[in-house]
Design a protein around this ligand. Structure first.
Ligand code: GAP
Length: 441
């Protein structure tokens, strides 16, 4: 069930708390672009770091690249994107507005002015620009529509430099650009997006095994970032809907507030890309098996994960409202691993130097466990807790006069407040350090 109200609340919270801002906002915005703010940028880095550790760094068969966004346009001719990376477009003959034909379904008339619609035509979604001073066709370059292009074109460089044995993969995180006809649903359908992609090279007969392994890995990653398993659904994409390079695709769909939609994709790209680039560039991109002396073009399994759609899935599944101390409050039940701030430290009163000094000491101790420990001494303590709840900070630690020894039996203890329940405990600083360590393990 679509819940537009929930979507509006999430958009409002993410702006209020510095997660996501509309792109170019002071100039009235630019459709399909968003900027990550102070909290959003840390959340995004946490997601990307976790992906890098699971998909690249904790494995011996994975390598990284960071390819240029601007690439020789022949790459996108060979990959089939110049000819086929398009969506059906319809223009209204009366108001001249343009729509994605498949979004109009069977409406039959313009949804804006009820005017007559023209015939559908294919609209290529690659952004074009010019490299250098000339602005003619010979200088045309494209902003990459998928990061995969920079992986395939570096396949030979990786093989020649680190000599990996099959199966092995190349991972990359980076920006991709799509001139979407109808950007929509906040950071779901963007014109400038980030992708986390793997191209995993295998012997032709081994593709099914690798497909299953990456399929499991994607579910593990969903769990690791705190996306509930019951909100993720696999969809076997039928022949007619698959991208031109794929022989099998599973879409991982997520129950977004606006309906069940594609979160990530897993594709079997066969040897389509390496063969196409080998032909077009006249470069040998085959793999020589040292043992069997057999030479062949590897086949490819591609887990492709959009960073922005991952963040939207995390935010929308973590959004909560409840009643606490007689008030309605909002909080983000983020997994501590992903939360931008792991804890917040606060002196009960900001104008008492002895409280501030002790609170700074406690914060320094916690920073030894993790650097993302917030400091908040603004407004009353209730307001500070509400703010951190909305950021998704799992723990708040308050230093009061008892910490300083006003009640001798409580000296050097602090209040630890738990985000999800609002419960508070009196603990020593070293117990709080342990709690934090355990939560981040
Ligand atoms: N290299 C394969 C590829 O790009 P895709 O299904 O077109 O396949 C992969 O895109 C992932 O990129 C999607 O599953 C989604 O997470 C993300 N993505 C695609 N288009 C997007 C858009 N316009 N805005 C945000 N994310 C997008």
């Amino acid at each position: 069930m679509a819940d537009q109200n929930l979507m509006e609340k999430i958009i409002s919270l993410t702006k209020r708390r510095g997660f996501v801002f509309p792109g170019s906002e002071i100039y009235g915005g630019l459709a399909g672009t968003y900027d990550y703010g102070p909290m959003g940028v840390i959340l995004k880095e946490n997601v990307e770091r976790l992906w890098l550790s699971m998909f690249r760094d904790n494995r011996d068969d994975m390598f990284g690249v960071d390819a240029a966004i601007l690439m020789n346009p022949k790459i996108w001719e060979a990959s089939g994107h110049v000819a086929g990376f398009s969506d059906p477009l319809i223009e209204c003959e009366k108001c001249k507005r343009r729509f994605r034909a498949d979004h109009l379904e069977s409406l039959g008339k313009c949804p804006e002015c009820e005017g007559k619609l023209g015939d559908a035509r294919q609209f290529n979604m690659m952004f074009k620009t010019h490299a250098g001073a000339a602005e003619d066709d010979s200088a045309t370059v494209y902003l990459r529509p998928e990061t995969a292009g920079g992986i395939f074109t570096n396949y030979k460089n990786v093989v020649d430099s680190v000599h990996p044995k099959l199966p092995f993969g190349i991972a990359q995180i980076g920006k991709a650009f799509r001139n979407e006809i109808a950007p929509r649903d906040f950071i779901f359908r963007l014109r400038e997006l980030s992708q986390m992609e793997v191209e995993y090279f295998v012997k032709p007969d081994d593709w099914e095994k690798a497909f299953e392994e990456w399929r499991k890995m994607m579910h593990l990653f969903a769990g690791a970032v705190g996306i509930p398993e019951n909100m993720v659904h696999e969809l076997e994409v039928p022949d007619t809907d698959r991208a031109h390079y794929s022989k099998r695709t599973i879409d991982f769909e997520f129950d977004y507030p606006f309906g069940r939609k594609e979160l990530w994709g897993l594709a079997y790209r066969t040897n389509f890309d390496l063969s196409a680039h080998a032909n077009a560039s006249n470069t040998e991109l085959a793999y020589l098996d040292e043992e069997t002396k057999e030479k062949f073009t590897p086949h490819v399994i591609e887990p492709s994960l959009g960073v922005d759609r991952t963040i939207l899935a995390i935010l929308s599944s973590a959004y909560r409202e409840d009643e606490l101390a007689g008030e309605t409050r909002t909080y983000l039940a983020l997994s501590p691993k992903i939360a931008p701030m792991k804890a917040m430290v606060s002196p009960l009163l900001r104008n008492k130097p002895e409280l501030v000094e002790k609170a700074r000491e406690v914060r320094a101790e916690l920073k030894k466990v993790h650097p993302a420990i917030a400091w908040d001494d603004n407004g009353n303590i209730g307001k500070r807790y509400r703010r951190q709840d909305e950021i998704g900070t799992p723990f708040c630690i308050t230093i009061d006069f008892d910490t300083l020894g006003e009640k001798p039996e409580l000296k050097d203890t602090v209040t630890l407040r738990h985000r999800d329940t609002g419960e508070q405990e009196r603990l020593t600083v070293s117990q709080v350090v342990e709690r934090l360590q355990t939560a981040l393990e």
